[in-house]
Design a protein around this ligand. Structure first.
Ligand SMILES: [Fe+2]
Ligand SMILES: [Fe+2]
Length: 140
């Protein structure tokens, strides 16, 4: 991968924003279903939310690691370190999602699972901001 859109700040930022806002909306939906006492439907929505993270956000991370990061770093030692850090962020997202899958399978949709969904949004937002700043000259 690593098409031109990943290399352009505005297009790449739009991918980040789209991914996060979908997650925010879907997480809020799960909270509302829980508040309404719709536990079965909330559980289904939580499963969809996991799928959303995998297909929208982790797939974007995978694509970045399949060439884009190396391409952006080139031979610059500082950028190479930045890429290692950003890849670790991806790993943390992958770990939280794996934990959520285990927790959902073993305990169902607990408050701890909802905390992990919120943690994902925080880590992802910081990661996206740093990625734009370090590799694409984004502000902040
Ligand atoms: Fe990323
Ligand atoms: Fe990205």
């Amino acid at each position: 991968m690593g098409g031109p859109s990943l290399r352009q700040l505005h297009a790449h930022h739009a991918i980040h924003e789209g991914g996060l806002s979908g997650a925010v909306d879907k997480t809020e939906e799960v909270f509302e279903l829980l508040r309404a006492g719709e536990f079965e439907v909330a559980r289904q929505a939580a499963d969809h939310l996991v799928d959303y993270w995998v297909t929208r956000v982790l797939s974007h991370a995978d694509a970045e690691e399949e060439g884009f990061y190396e391409e952006m770093a080139g031979d610059d030692p500082e950028l190479k370190i930045a890429v290692v850090k950003l890849t670790r962020d991806h790993d943390i997202l992958r770990m939280i999602i794996a934990d959520i899958k285990t927790m959902l399978a073993e305990e169902g949709l607990t408050p701890e699972v909802m905390q992990q969904f919120q943690a994902l949004m925080v880590v992802n937002a910081i990661h996206s901001r740093e990625e734009e700043r370090l590799l694409l000259g984004g502000g902040h």
